[in-house]
Design a protein around this ligand. Structure first.
Ligand SMILES: C[S@@+](CC[C@H](N)C(=O)[O-])C[C@H]1O[C@@H](n2cnc3c(N)ncnc32)[C@H](O)[C@@H]1O
Length: 299
């Protein structure tokens, strides 16, 4: 299965540069289910094959690989998340408002820095969940906090979380790794089960509709190679989900008052850490990117 997945990743890389002219090397081949497939013709042929594959093959969570987990933790581009992502997520959680105290759920907590910050900033317990043992090991080592409990998730079930017990929930850069709308629906429905009525659920993710030129934009659900790791050449394979897909999933899971925010540098000047803001000229920094925050209220 590992060979199968790396074949798909290689195929993705090979075709990346050809998106603009929508042609494809006629000899692109990949191996899946033990057989070799050859794709020829124009890009749309490949994209439809990729869509089928992403449905048929359950892509393993790349963060289960300890090397990927360590590289992700050390990745310096995460600075952008602290500029244009997490501060807006914290605001959308609406935890400063009056209300009954209670724990906050972080699904796909990764190495735990965001969960620990939520616990510190809002003086709240955080139930931090990840399916990768390697990521959780790093989280427990690097971001222990008396109010944060780390748990390993099995599939999309959060059986250890009581129904209606969470005051708010969020997931950051998690849904982009989900292989299908069904998988997202299952997970979001499970998150909804854990929330009290009136609780906010916030999704933070990259907005690739804005990052990519129209000619580069794949179709919903297609596999997309995502480089990370400070020039080490590491990359992981995610999926292309327009922000409108997340909004639909939220609505389908019964969340009301669904809002979408697209953070700007001007807005970040009011919200982000002043030391981070002063650390460079963000307006000219390379690698600028677009983020979206979606939130909804559990009815
Ligand atoms: C891109 S990382 C983001 C980590 C963190 N939220 C952040 O903002 O840095 C995605 C994380 O989601 C975890 N993950 C993937 N599928 C999951 C699932 N079904 N349930 C819980 N965690 C999952 C991965 O192991 C990984 O740690």
């Amino acid at each position: 299965m590992t060979r199968t997945i790396s074949s798909i990743i290689r195929m993705d890389c090979t075709t990346k540069g050809s998106a603009a002219d929508s042609t494809l090397r006629s000899d692109a081949a990949f191996t899946v289910f033990g057989g070799t497939f050859t794709v020829s013709g124009r890009l749309h042929t490949l994209i439809s094959v990729r869509t089928c594959l992403s449905e048929a093959v359950k892509i393993a969570n790349p963060f289960e690989d300890p090397e990927i987990a360590a590289a992700f933790t050390a990745w310096s581009s995460r600075d952008w998340n602290w500029l244009l992502g997490y501060p807006f997520l914290f605001r959308a959680l609406d935890l400063g408002a009056e209300g009954e105290p209670g724990p906050v759920l972080d699904v796909g907590c990764g190495h735990g820095d965001v969960a620990a910050e939520v616990a510190r900033r809002f003086a709240t317990p955080v139930v931090a969940v990840d399916s990768s043992a390697a990521m959780l090991e790093i989280a427990r080592r690097d971001h222990p906090h008396p109010a944060v409990t780390y748990h390993q998730a099995e599939g999309h079930r959060l059986n250890f979380v009581e129904a209606g017990s969470m005051r708010a929930a969020y997931c950051a850069f998690l849904l982009v790794g989900m292989p299908s709308r069904e998988a997202m629906r299952d997970l979001v429905a499970e998150i909804a089960r854990t929330l009290r009525p009136g609780a906010r659920f916030v999704i933070l993710d990259r907005d690739r509709e804005i990052d990519l030129l129209p000619t580069q934009r794949p179709r919903e659900g297609d596999l997309v190679t995502f480089p990370f790791g400070d020039g080490t050449g590491r990359e992981i394979t995610t999926h292309y989900w327009p922000i409108s897909t997340y909004a639909e999933i939220l609505a389908e899971a019964g969340f009301g008052d669904v809002r979408i925010e697209r953070p700007t540098l001007e807005a970040a000047a009011e919200l982000a850490d002043p030391a981070l803001l002063a650390s460079r000229d963000w307006s000219t920094a390379t690698g600028s990117r677009a983020y979206a925050i979606l939130s909804g209220t559990r009815r």
